[in-house]
Design a protein around this ligand. Structure first.
Ligand SMILES: Nc1ncnc2c1ncn2[C@@H]1O[C@H](COP(=O)(O)OP(=O)(O)OP(=O)(O)O)[C@@H](O)[C@H]1O
Ligand SMILES: [Mg+2]
Length: 227
């Protein structure tokens, strides 16, 4: 099993108020497949994605990736585990401005002391169509190119699970489509399980499974109030 979330809840304390954002969310992904999560703004998609990534922990319930329950791992083990097995792409690119495209993609390989970092980073950048931008710094690349570098940096670690939180949210429509094409192409060629939060119905339709987050729960029913 690649991913198992079981009855996950998440509350936030907001002053004296307790916000119950996730009220028992379960999701199983057993093989490489693509899962879209849609839902109104504020319904908890990003919250759920960050729990799946182990970037935050659930109030109750379990998240298991490749058979490892994330809550049982200490910080250091969790960071190493995440780096090797879970790729995360956000709306923002989170590239390091003082590093070139090649250096950005090399970074996780270097940090994890993996072999042939230069060759692997170059190969990945070629796969995302940026073989001609290796020495460019983020501020000399377009937004679409920056997102492709961010995707290359994630996939160079060969994760089994790719989590994407509105990966085209800060791109224009055409560039967004190119980035989505790239994500689906790589998900297939690298045999990734993809879980993606998106507001774009066209993107969601391309996934093998479409789920809706509503009132703190995740289901296959399209909520009536969804439009
Ligand atoms: N750290 C926090 N403390 C308090 N409330 C939070 C915190 N993080 C998120 N929330 C609240 O939880 C709710 C869900 O937020 P989340 O970002 O998961 O929504 P979303 O579905 O991703 O929305 P969008 O489509 O706009 O990205 C929101 O009402 C938000 O204000
Ligand atoms: Mg969000």
């Amino acid at each position: 099993m690649i991913l198992r979330a079981e009855n996950v809840t998440k509350n936030f304390d907001q002053g004296t108020e307790k916000l119950e954002i996730l009220k028992g969310v379960s999701l199983k992904v057993e093989k490489p497949e693509t899962v879209a999560i849609m839902g109104r703004s504020g319904c908890g998609k990003s919250t759920f994605i960050s729990l799946l990534a182990g970037l935050d922990s659930p109030t109750t319930g379990e998240v298991e990736v490749l058979g490892k329950q994330l809550a049982t791992l200490d910080n250091r083990t969790l960071n190493t585990f995440r780096a090797r097995h879970i790729g995360i792409v956000f709306q923002q690119f989170h590239l390091l401005d003082h590093l070139t495209a090649l250096e950005n993609v090399r970074l996780p390989l270097d940090l994890n002391r993996l072999e042939n970092p230069d060759a692997r980073a170059k190969e990945m950048l070629e796969k995302v169509g940026l073989g001609h931008r290796l020495d460019h710094f983020p501020d000399t690349m377009s937004r679409g190119e920056c997102q492709r570098v961010a995707i290359a940096r994630v996939l160079v670690m060969r994760p089994e699970l790719l989590l994407a939180d509105e990966p085209t949210g800060s791109l224009d429509v055409k560039t967004g489509r190119e980035v989505i094409d790239l994500i689906f192409r790589l998900a297939e060629s690298e045999k990734l399980a993809l879980v993606m939060a998106t507001h774009d119905p066209k993107v969601a339709e391309r996934c093998t499974r479409l789920l809706y987050m509503d009132s703190g729960r995740l289901g296959t029913e399209r909520p009536a109030a969804f439009g």
